[in-house]
Design a protein around this ligand. Structure first.
Ligand SMILES: [Zn+2]
Length: 383
């Protein structure tokens, strides 16, 4: 740990600024009423902030996360997930797209600005955080420590599209009770699986109602705010009627809706399903919110820092940047809600490569993103 703490600032300061690394107080943050959730059992979280320029009339944060999701089946990969090898213009490896490339873009933009010698009218902060994938403890800790700016670019993979609106996502766990019996006399028992089917039908209705008025930036998605069950566990024996079921999933939070409202509608849907069934009426399903709790978020893409980014993009490519919404959660909402820093997503790589086997990112796109982010930072911060 000590070695790590020493090593990271050196790599950042190599770009010519100053850097500070600090360790988040995990147990204290976990007790915070707005703690964004955590699914990994971690006792430490090291964050790094690289600073360029002085406090002034403007400030900008470039945010990226260095944590990655597990590799899954290692043998399904064509090469080591940790090789970072480049083949046919693609850099391969877990985290290549989501989002070491984005972090590299942030650091290289800071280095290029420093090298340019352009006088800055404010401070550029490059944030390297952990814990994004399971809730966002890193960006939450950054906000808690007082890191704020007039705007932030979160350098997640967006295929170089500008994302000013992002849906939220809330992880939930459902417990449904049944009554066990020998399968040959299953009519004497109550199957928790069959009761779950009643609940699931009602949850599909909830999903439809959450998607009734999709935000214009989300019109290309078949489902903007998805409700999906990711894990099911029920019963203990093939010829026993299952007396318990546990389901885990996530429900999307529409842009413009508070997470609390989604939780309320979810609870109402479960209660509605329960009151139509005598067994569920007597033994209502239990709902628990756990792990990642991502609020939805939206910012004004016309703010000066975001206009600078769109101008830099248009200059690089000769066409305006495409504005879209994102149906997945990220640290963007923590910057906006916790650090009071308007933030958008913009970065190299395709979200479809994120978390995938043989994850890759096009090297050319990393370079293009670095050019755009450097130019955008200069447009916004340089005098
Ligand atoms: Zn990411």
């Amino acid at each position: 740990m000590t070695g790590l703490r020493r090593a990271i600032p050196q790599s950042v300061t190599a770009s010519g600024g100053t850097a500070s690394a600090f360790e988040a107080d995990v147990s204290r943050l976990k007790a915070h009423p707005r703690f964004p959730g955590m699914e990994v059992d971690r006792s430490e979280a090291v964050l790094v902030a690289g600073l360029l320029g002085q406090k002034g009339e403007r400030s900008l944060i470039l945010n990226g996360h260095v944590d990655v999701v597990p590799v899954g089946d290692r043998h399904a990969w064509h090469a080591s997930p940790w090789s970072a090898h480049i083949q046919a213009g693609r850099l391969h490896g877990r985290g290549a797209c989501d989002m070491k490339a984005g972090v590299a873009v942030g650091i290289s933009a800071a280095a290029a600005l420093k090298k340019s010698g352009l006088p800055l009218r404010g401070r550029l902060t490059v944030q390297s955080v952990v814990g994004e994938e399971d809730g966002g403890i890193g960006s939450f800790a950054m906000a808690e420590r007082g890191y704020r700016a007039d705007a932030a670019y979160v350098l997640e993979p967006t295929r170089l599209r500008v994302i000013p609106a992002q849906a939220g996502a809330l992880s939930f766990r459902l417990r449904i009770r049944g009554r066990s019996a020998h399968a040959s006399v299953r009519y004497d028992g109550v199957s928790a699986i069959e009761k779950f089917e009643l609940v699931e039908v009602r949850l599909r209705q909830l999903e439809r109602s959450l998607n009734q008025q999709a935000h214009p930036l989300f019109s290309d998605y078949p489902i903007a705010y998805a409700l999906s069950i990711g894990r099911l566990r029920a019963g203990s024996w093939s010829s026993t009627v299952p007396d318990e079921l546990e389901a885990e999933g996530r429900v999307g939070v529409p842009v413009g809706m508070a997470s609390g409202e989604v939780r309320r509608q979810f609870a109402a849907a479960i209660a509605d399903a329960a009151q139509r069934d005598p067994w569920l009426c007597e033994y209502p399903p239990q709902v628990e919110w756990y792990g990642g709790q991502f609020d939805a978020v939206e910012v004004d893409p016309k703010l000066p820092a975001f206009a600078a980014l769109q101008a830099a993009h248009a200059e690089e490519f000769g066409v305006p940047a495409e504005l879209v919404g994102a149906p997945y959660g990220s640290d963007m909402r923590l910057l906006v809600h916790e650090a009071e820093t308007p933030a958008i997503l913009y970065g190299p790589g395709d979200i479809r490569q994120a978390h995938a086997t043989d994850e890759w990112i096009a090297v050319d796109e990393i370079v293009q993103a670095a050019r755009v982010i450097t130019a955008a930072s200069a447009r916004y911060l340089a005098t």
